[in-house]
Write a protein that binds this ligand. Structure first.
Ligand code: ADP
Ligand code: ADP
Ligand code: ZN
Length: 214
């Protein structure tokens, strides 16, 4: 199963992607996580990506697309994968379509997690992230078992630099301008599934899996 998670920053893409990856035993590929781990390791890519991320802007396509195309050709992706945060622009989507088409292949679903901007601001302020495994929690709606500590790997949770309200506002603008057009793109490809992401995490998850298994 090859799945794309679409949606605004903070819509719950990552939360659902991790649950789907666990359920179906396929890798969760988050470009945001890949960039953050490069920043942590101090790589050239990390240095370049950070300049954009800190401002709430997208990392340029040429730094992003090849990385994902390489990743999905690794062995663990043979049975499928979940892309979380990629594609985010039409050119990225076109490159992905072309890369798969070369092997007579295509994505199965683009799941659009739909949440209004007003709720997003709330969610982001309460988001706490694990810098080690990429899991996210929320101060109110999804508390870790032990305060401030990741359930999955025991790392200390952080508030991401780019989750400050000013940066979130910018990221939402960028989302509407650059990423929202992908909803039409995948609607035309016939693989779009829109879910109402404003409901509880488990309800959203049930909705998605019902369609995937239906
Ligand atoms: P969120 O989970 O809030 O949607 P991500 O962790 O996916 O955020 O991404 C964080 C940042 O990393 C983005 O704001 C952007 O700067 C950069 N980024 C992630 N994925 C991409 C991509 N596909 N294209 C360009 N930039 C990206
Ligand atoms: P994205 O990957 O789209 O940026 P996340 O999955 O990181 O979004 O979720 C953003 C924040 O909202 C996190 O703090 C997460 O725990 C919380 N969250 C995710 N889904 C829901 C939901 N359905 N209801 C309430 N809070 C949610
Ligand atoms: Zn963790």
């Amino acid at each position: 199963m090859k799945i794309i998670m679409l949606g605004a920053p903070g819509a719950g893409k990552g939360t659902q992607a991790i649950m789907l990856a666990d359920k179906y035993g396929i890798p969760h590929i988050s470009t945001g996580d890949i960039f953050r781990s490069n920043i942590k390791m101090g790589t050239e890519l990390g240095k370049k990506a950070k300049e954009y991320m800190d401002q709430g802007l997208l990392v340029p396509d040429e730094l992003t697309t090849d990385l994902v195309v390489d990743r999905i050709h690794q062995e663990d992706c043979a049975k499928g994968f979940i892309l979380d945060g990629f594609p985010r622009t039409i050119p990225q989507a076109e490159c992905l379509t072309e890369a798969l088409a070369k092997e007579d292949d295509q994505m199965d679903y683009a799941i659009n997690v739909d949440v209004k901007d007003e709720s997003i601001i709330n969610r982001m302020a309460g988001r706490r992230a694990c810098p080690n495994c990429g899991a996210t929690y929320h101060l109110v709606s999804l508390k870790p078992k032990k305060e401030g500590i990741c359930d999955r790997c025991g790392e200390k949770l952080i508030l991401r630099d780019d989750d400050k309200p000013e940066t979130v506002k910018k990221r939402l603008e960028v989302y509407h301008e650059m990423t929202q057009p992908l909803i039409d793109y995948y609607e035309k490809e016939g693989i779009l599934l829109t879910v109402d992401g404003s409901r509880d995490i488990e309800v959203v998850f049930d909705d998605i899996t019902r369609v995937l298994e239906g």
